[in-house]
Design a protein around this ligand. Structure first.
Ligand SMILES: Nc1nc2c(ncn2[C@@H]2O[C@H](COP(=O)(O)O)[C@@H](O)[C@H]2O)c(=O)[nH]1
Ligand code: MG
Length: 546
């Protein structure tokens, strides 16, 4: 076998093989030139793992043409060539709201409703959204007023009550099992899945803090005494905040405020227009699938895609960008039984009271028309989709957009994660600490290696290593966010959010318009399949363990 210093038969001194690299960084070798002249079949016969290792060692790979924030990352292979339909969610996907301005707006509107409709003290209208406090993926324990960060297996990593971090002893007392079962999520624990949840959760945390300082709240579901709000329970607070948040969404309060200053909350940069045009030119059928109502969708997409125009129907505007539009979809219900499918009369915005006879509509007659509700079954029938795996759906909600579509219908999914580049930057800042953590973990493994049943003394009796590990883990977490650490990891462990994302999102990226930078036949390759611990030992079949 060739070693890194001895090029293999293929003689590849430097060839960029990474899926994100558009151009080779060095093309000095003849084989490298042949690769880029299209002689791939020839190379496919001779390229060895050793070649690839040597390419990586001399820095020829891992040089990406796209910046980290512009890349589309893949958890699983996705061949865009096999994708016939690409669908888009609207809010926080096509419409990339400006943060924290949009969070602040929601926070203020929720506080206003709590004061005007629920009798909360007026001082809460002075409070502000704290951008550096909460992260997505936390579990909210409304019985106790706590936010819980868990790892991929539900192990409790950190708990914050209101805004106060709990000590290890307090965490143990509150969660003696040490982990949260997946069956509890959505029941006792609410998952903070979308960016919409952050201002809601922030109001809740601030109220918990306020009432803790001004009265004794009851930890538990029961409202013990209803005479004055000082005796509300943490759960009552959550019910009120939840109801206030629903009001700002369902009564159009948030949407009207957003539309009153669209340039502030949603500046138009043409990138979405460009992406849709390119995907259309690449032969993809495009569709819109949003939970927002038609009146709001019309205003937002009119703003973002105003340049779309159709000579035959000058009023069609943004609708021309899609082959098919569904508003008020009610995801995730849409992916199950769904609701009645109705057509919207676009010039009045009203749903029409006749049943849409799916079989009578041809795909060509759908362009520019807008439907409301429906279900995935009706959608597949209308569009003639037979295999869910030919659809790529782009959305920001790990549950409503991604998990159900992927799990139940095999749609391929692209999750939009606006926090991505901030996380990547923090990872860069934490690099040295992470290296130190690996060194300490190596030390721990070495201390135990080879011990058998005759061993009497426990290594690291004083717990110095344990203490040091804890200290470095905390410092890593602080690099991301001093309250909750990283979105995807807690030091070396992956979080529940990261776990769900890697399981259900085939692809992920910071903003949907990043798709514009890939050709319609692009093959997104996932990282080489992860090895299991027993596989990660070259020559292991000939080794003993001591
Ligand atoms: N009643 C509630 N509606 C909410 C809440 N959070 C978001 N929303 C609304 O959902 C859609 C999202 O649309 P999509 O394009 O992402 O599918 C949008 O209309 C929001 O106003 C909530 O907590 N309660
Ligand atoms: Mg959305």
């Amino acid at each position: 076998m060739a070693s890194p210093s001895q090029p293999s038969e293929a003689g590849l001194s430097a060839v960029a093989v990474d899926s994100g690299a558009a151009e080779p960084t060095h093309l000095s070798s003849a084989v490298g030139r042949r690769l880029h002249a299209g002689h791939v079949p020839e190379l496919a016969r001779v390229l060895t793992a050793e070649d690839v290792r040597s390419l990586k060692a001399n820095g020829s790979v891992h040089k990406f043409r796209r910046a980290a924030a512009q890349r589309v990352y893949s958890n699983r292979d996705v061949n865009l060539d096999h994708i016939t339909h690409i669908g888009f969610d609207m809010d926080y996907t096509l419409a990339a709201y400006v943060r924290p301005a949009f969070d602040q707006l929601q926070y203020t509107l929720i506080c206003n409703v709590l004061v005007q409709g629920f009798g909360y003290p007026e001082c809460i209208q002075e409070w502000r959204f704290d951008e550096g406090f909460l992260i997505r993926g936390l579990l909210l324990d409304a019985l106790r007023g706590n936010f819980v960060k868990c790892d991929a297996y539900g192990v409790v990593l950190r708990v914050v009550h209101g805004r106060q971090r709990l000590s290890e002893e307090e965490v143990e007392a509150a969660y003696p099992a040490g982990n949260i079962a997946s069956a509890q999520i959505g029941e006792e624990f609410q998952s903070m899945d979308t960016l919409y949840h952050l201002p809601i959760a922030n109001v809740y945390a601030d109220l918990v803090e306020y009432f803790d300082q001004n009265a004794n709240l009851t930890a538990g579901k029961a409202r013990l005494d209803q005479r004055e709000h000082s005796q509300l329970s943490y759960f009552n607070l959550w019910q009120d905040v939840r109801a206030a948040a629903d009001q700002i969404h369902d009564r159009g309060i948030l949407k009207n405020e957003t539309l009153s200053d669209l340039e502030k909350y949603l500046p138009n940069d043409d990138s979405v227009y460009r992406m849709l045009s390119l995907l259309r030119a690449a032969g993809k059928q495009l569709f819109l699938l949003t939970n927002s109502e038609y009146w709001y969708t019309d205003a937002v997409l009119g703003h973002i895609l105003g340049r779309y125009a159709n000579e035959a129907d000058p009023n069609a505007g943004w609708r021309e960008a899609f082959d098919f539009c569904i508003v008020s979809a009610r995801k995730p219900l849409f992916f199950r039984s769904g609701t009645a499918l109705r057509e919207i009369e676009t010039h009045t915005g009203r749903p029409m009271l006749y049943e849409v006879r799916v079989k009578h509509l041809s795909a060509t007659s759908l362009r520019g028309r807008v439907f409301q509700g429906g279900s995935i079954g009706a959608f597949h029938e209308l569009t003639g989709i037979v295999r869910g795996s030919t659809v790529l759906y782009v959305g920001d909600h790990i549950y409503a957009d991604v998990l159900v579509a992927r799990k139940a219908h095999h749609w391929r999914t692209l999750l939009v994660v606006p926090e991505l580049s901030a996380e990547i930057k923090a990872l860069g800042r934490a690099r040295e600490l992470l290296d130190r953590l690996s060194a300490l973990e190596f030390l721990r493994a070495e201390m135990f290696r080879g011990l058998d049943a005759s061993a009497r003394q426990r290594p690291d009796e004083e717990g110095i290593l344990h203490h040091e590990l804890q200290k470095v883990r905390e410092s890593v977490e602080d690099t991301f966010n001093t309250h909750f650490g990283g979105l995807f990891r807690s030091a070396q462990r992956t979080t529940l959010f990261a776990h769900q994302m890697s399981f259900f999102a085939d692809l992920y990226t910071e903003r949907c318009s990043n798709l514009a930078d890939y050709p319609g036949f692009y093959y997104f390759s996932s990282a080489a399949s992860p090895r299991m611990p027993h596989e990660d030992q070259p020559g292991f079949e000939n080794q003993t363990h001591r």
